[in-house]
Design a protein around this ligand. Structure first.
Ligand SMILES: [Fe+2]
Length: 284
């Protein structure tokens, strides 16, 4: 008899798929070639798969591929090895799409087609590190839909993002994500406001955002009912890329790093850079 060995992530993913799809367990097991008794154990073990999957979340934002920091993938790969993340959430601007933006394109940058090809190559690399990732729509990432809308083209005529970036179905796009981690309800959006604490107060739950490249902060707020927080996770851009020319005259520099949430508690993980702007290879 042939046995397949499943990783913990694969087990959680199968339990989640079964829970979200519903239907008969026996049929699901037959379809997936699973041993029904083992699958029962997995369901018990990962009892509430959504709670389990949210135990240790990595939050990535604003990579602006292909204008991401050249050491970003290595940094992410190192974090993945160091922490056994249960879920990866990318809160937008995963690609820059400079070539199809609503603003004038810089003639010294890649054409829209070349930029897309470079983005596809980089996303392929990123997908090797994170085959499963939840992504949130954003101003840069969702440009093809926004351009389509502005041009009067219904969404049905446009390719979905998995096709555009040539990534597998493990990457799933959302308008926003709301989940429970530890004792906290958390909402993830690309952008709330420069004052993320105010957003947490207004939403009545913890808020995670990107978008503000030079903000890298966590602040708490309490009420008689809950202790909530807001986190802004910086970015993973190459600050010297021409695509960020608009940043150059700003006093505030981008902060390169990511966020992490362990059982509902947020933490920031900076990517420390040396004098040449390269990653020091020190993992936070
Ligand atoms: Fe951004």
């Amino acid at each position: 008899m042939k046995y397949t060995i499943y990783t913990r992530e694969e087990k959680i993913s199968l339990v989640r798929e079964y829970m979200s799809r519903g239907g008969m367990k026996s049929r699901f097991c037959r379809e997936k070639g699973l041993n029904a008794k083992s699958f029962d154990n997995w369901i018990k073990k990962f009892g509430n798969p959504d709670a389990d999957i949210n135990n240790l979340i990595l939050v990535i934002s604003d990579m602006h591929i292909p204008y991401h920091h050249r050491d970003a993938f290595e940094f992410l790969d190192g974090l993945k090895d160091k922490y056994d993340f249960t879920r990866i959430i990318n809160i937008g601007d995963e690609v820059d799409n400079h070539g199809i933006s609503f603003h004038d394109s810089d003639p010294d940058l890649l054409s829209a087609g070349d930029e897309l090809k470079a983005s596809q190559d980089a996303c392929k690399e990123l997908q090797k590190i994170f085959p499963e990732m939840d992504l949130v729509h954003s101003n840069h990432g969702s440009l093809s839909y926004r351009r389509g809308k502005a041009g009067g083209i219904p969404r049905h005529f446009l390719r979905d993002y998995n096709d555009v970036l040539m990534v597998g179905e493990g990457w799933k796009w959302h308008d926003e994500i709301i989940l429970e981690s530890g004792a906290t309800s958390i909402i993830f959006r690309h952008q709330f406001s420069a004052n993320v604490l105010k957003a947490a107060e207004q939403m009545g739950m913890s808020c995670v955002q990107g978008h503000f490249h030079s903000r890298f902060e966590i602040a708490y707020t309490s009420s008689p009912l809950a202790l909530n927080w807001g986190m802004t996770v910086g970015c993973l851009i190459d600050a010297d890329a021409l695509a960020f020319e608009y940043n150059k005259l700003q006093t505030k520099r981008p902060i390169v790093g990511v966020g992490m949430i362990e059982n509902g508690i947020p933490r920031l993980l900076p990517m420390l850079l040396d004098a040449n702007g390269r990653w020091t290879r020190v993992l936070p």
